[in-house]
Design a protein around this ligand. Structure first.
Ligand SMILES: Nc1ncnc2c1ncn2[C@@H]1O[C@H](COP(=O)(O)OP(=O)(O)O)[C@@H](O)[C@H]1O
Ligand SMILES: [Mg+2]
Length: 250
């Protein structure tokens, strides 16, 4: 589905990604693992148009999307969350949700003046309610983020990311900062989203968390792919073990 071919990204003298290639399966969950600074977020940014790769191509469902701006990547059906919460503190959850509502077709200002966009916004409201319900955050809809548990906010971000009915969802460390209970809850949500036919690429370095979720695993270290395969294959990969545990442990 997502075809990463020989991608390279440099920041000045820092080579953040070098000759990264992999293809995600058409269905299910792919986990992108690797130590801090390995280049995981940079790869997400290169896929979604937040940074421009210096080399290589990104294709999605056979279409070349390399170097496209984030809005265009989004229109292809790729949605994402960010490593840090991306929620406006002054707005309640429902209002934050509206900000995430970028329809495939935007209402025209002229139609708005004529009152012809009512059905558009009615549909938007319906979809917003549906998505908040889907991840069980409806009871927090009128509250601002400062009074909402962190785990709920993480689920909220999932709800906002699926508003547009994406084909593919990129999650950057969705489980970071969550307790065990919240992680289990999140895993259930992720499975539910996959059950709706959404393909997921997830950055996560909690091996425990991905063990029950990932159909395919890719491990990055110092900007390069050092292992890919099933969870079991990657977990037994010597280079991956070395990256995680250090030379002495392997
Ligand atoms: N905007 C940037 N400018 C300069 N260096 C960056 C930038 N973004 C990331 N880097 C560097 O690229 C490398 C990979 O970072 P990152 O992709 O955030 O890693 P990860 O998400 O795997 O922890 C790091 O060395 C980081 O310092
Ligand atoms: Mg990161």
């Amino acid at each position: 589905m997502l075809d990463i071919n020989n991608i390279g990204v440099s920041f000045g003298g820092v080579r953040a990604l070098n000759e990264v290639s992999f293809t995600t399966p058409d269905k299910g969950i792919t986990a992108l693992i690797g130590p801090n600074g390995a280049g995981k977020t940079t790869l997400f940014n290169a896929i979604t148009g937040f940074v421009t790769p210096t080399d290589g191509t990104v294709s999605f469902s056979g279409e070349n999307i390399t170097g496209k701006v984030p809005e265009d990547v989004f229109m292809y059906g790729i949605s994402r969350t960010f490593q840090n919460l991306n929620i406006i503190p002054e707005l309640n959850l429902r209002q934050n949700m509206y900000l995430g509502f970028i329809g495939k077709e935007k209402p025209s200002p002229l139609k708005s003046i004529a009152g012809l966009n009512r059905s558009y916004w009615k549909d938007a409201e319906k979809r917003i309610d549906e998505c908040m319900d889907f991840v069980n955050v409806t009871e927090y809809a009128e509250m601002t983020p400062d009074s909402i548990p962190y785990g709920v906010l993480k689920n909220f971000e999932l709800a906002r990311a699926i508003l547009s009915n994406p084909k593919m969802l990129l999650l950057d460390e969705p489980a970071a900062g969550l307790n065990l209970n919240e992680k289990e809850n999140l895993a259930a949500m992720v499975k539910k989203i996959v059950g709706q036919g959404v393909n997921i690429l997830m950055v996560e370095h909690d091996m425990q968390f991905i063990s029950s979720l990932a159909d395919y695993v890719i491990c990055l270290n110092f900007g390069e792919v050092i292992g890919k395969g099933t969870y079991k294959e990657v977990r037994e990969n010597k280079e991956v073990l070395r990256a995680y545990l250090g030379d002495d442990e392997v």
